[in-house]
Design a protein around this ligand. Structure first.
Ligand code: SAH
Length: 466
């Protein structure tokens, strides 16, 4: 996501004046927009040409005077004239935010396109770059939100104190509001009359109070390899619902940021060598949070069931009688296969695909290395970057041919992906320094069918690309 040069905010204009200098069509356009507010709108120009009669505005046909800006919250300049220049200078001198129609360089602020379901307002801005696009987006949102939405928002506002008095837990309160704004009964009622709306809202409130503090839940969510758009829609939805997000270090902040803005975020960062939380502590943490009635998103990189310690967390949740749900994610090996167009299963070449840990590179786990070396299948080795040469040596020692193709993908599924190609022998001999980031090591004949043309070559070995 790029950075904003402007900051969207809701600016109080109640009881203040909005001054528009100009009397033509452009002034009229601004009038349409600002008369949605309760501010006093004043139009000043020597030449009033447009018809402002349909709007609650004060039209003054005369030269601009600096005192016109007394009590002004915002100033729009919508004509080119000596008066306009005077108004601009005066607004700047007084520090009143200024908008000069169609001259972005002179503007302190831009006016967004507005979807008006007062008090609910959605403002769409392109920082003055593409008003047409902003209007298109606005039309789509208009179509999405029923006209009753504003009334529901007012209703929610009027219930606030009562709800706070009856439901003390913040998460439970939010669940009530969620139910309120999505209830078809409430919407139908509120559109017909405020009293009917209030009645339906009370019925719903009663149900929620009776339900008591709802029980918490833990979602074990796969965050994918590290790009927002490789997240599943379900993961995205649950992240929006979660009260707490408990995430690993490997989950990049762009994904963690997709959660609700006010959700609590806990980094249990298990970066290599910095065990800030032990697995046992994480188990205890998620059980405790859910026990408090919270919705917990336990966010893990890739897929939670693959080298994600999900087994331990699930068994702790079962023991504590806490509800849980698993949301699959794109595992790093699959992202790596996609990045390099490597078909990990390939007719007549590889009849299967093994996801395995590269740890246990010491001799202790003979069966592990023997079965991998002799499988004849494509291997995707996790957690092996820092011991890549030892891994290759183990495979060769257990019977794999030194000529077996190898492909390594660092930062799979991310914009900063980098790749390396060679074979087991070259991996044993190479002195390559891999780029920073997690890596998948592919081993097997099918690797050669991938597109490794851009890969750095390990000790001068590379694949021929068909
Ligand atoms: N559950 C994760 C794996 C976690 S174990 C998954 O399904 O992908 C951590 C290992 O995953 C890392 O050591 C690395 O081998 C691999 N990994 C995670 N993200 C990666 C990425 N974006 N690119 C390459 N490998 C990655």
């Amino acid at each position: 996501m790029g950075q904003l040069n402007t900051f969207p905010l809701s600016y109080k204009v109640q009881g203040l004046r909005i001054v528009i200098v100009g009397g033509g069509e452009e002034a009229l356009n601004k009038v349409r927009l600002v008369t949605k507010t309760t501010a006093q709108v004043v139009i000043i120009s020597r030449q009033i040409e447009a018809d402002f009669s349909g709007f609650a505005v004060q039209v003054i046909e005369r030269a601009f005077a600096p005192s016109d800006l007394d009590g002004a919250a915002l100033v729009f300049v919508a004509e080119e004239s000596a008066d306009a220049e005077l108004a601009k200078a005066e607004a700047r001198a007084r520090g009143i935010p200024l908008n000069v129609v169609d001259v972005p360089a002179e503007c302190d602020f831009y006016t967004p396109s507005i979807v008006d379901r007062a008090p609910l307002t959605i403002a769409i801005s392109s920082e003055g770059n593409a008003p047409v696009l902003a209007r298109l987006v606005r039309a789509r949102i208009e179509a999405m939100l029923s006209p009753g939405f504003g009334k529901i928002a007012s209703l929610a506002g009027s219930l606030r104190q009562r709800v706070e008095g009856l439901i003390h837990d913040g998460a439970a309160r939010r669940r009530y509001y969620e139910a309120l704004v999505t209830s078809p009964q409430v919407e139908a009622a509120v559109v017909s009359s405020p009293v009917a709306g209030r009645y339906e809202a009370e019925v719903l409130l009663d149900q929620h109070v009776k339900q008591g503090e709802a029980k918490g839940v833990v979602w074990l969510i796969g965050a994918g390899p590290g790009s927002e758009d490789l997240l599943t829609l379900r993961a995205q939805r649950l992240l929006q619902e979660a009260d707490v997000i408990v995430h690993d270090q490997l989950v990049p902040s762009v994904v963690v940021d997709m959660g609700r803005r006010d959700a609590e975020r806990i980094d249990v960062g298990k970066a290599k060598g910095h065990h800030s939380f032990s697995q046992a502590q994480i188990n205890t943490l998620i059980v405790r949070l859910a026990g408090q009635g919270k919705k917990v998103a336990r966010l893990k990189s890739g897929d939670p069931m693959i080298f994600g310690r999900a087994g331990e967390e699930i068994s702790a949740l079962r023991k504590a009688g806490i509800q849980y749900q698993i949301v699959p994610g794109i595992s790093a090996a699959l992202a790596a296969a996609a990045d390099t167009a490597t078909p990990v299963t390939l007719r007549k070449v590889s009849s299967g695909f093994i996801m395995a840990t590269a740890h246990g590179a010491d001799d202790s786990d003979l069966a592990h290395w023997a079965s991998l070396a002799q499988s004849g299948l494509t291997l995707a080795l996790y957690m092996g970057k820092s011991i890549a040469s030892e891994v290759a040596a183990q495979l060769v020692a257990h019977g794999a041919s030194p000529a077996t193709p190898v492909g390594i993908v660092v930062n799979a599924g991310r914009s900063n992906v980098s790749t390396y190609s060679g074979n087991l022998r070259s991996l044993i001999e190479c002195q390559v320094t891999f780029s920073l980031g997690p890596a998948i090591i592919f081993v097997g004949e099918a690797v050669e069918a991938g597109d490794w043309a851009d890969a750095a070559q390990l000790a001068g070995m590379s694949f021929k690309v068909a």
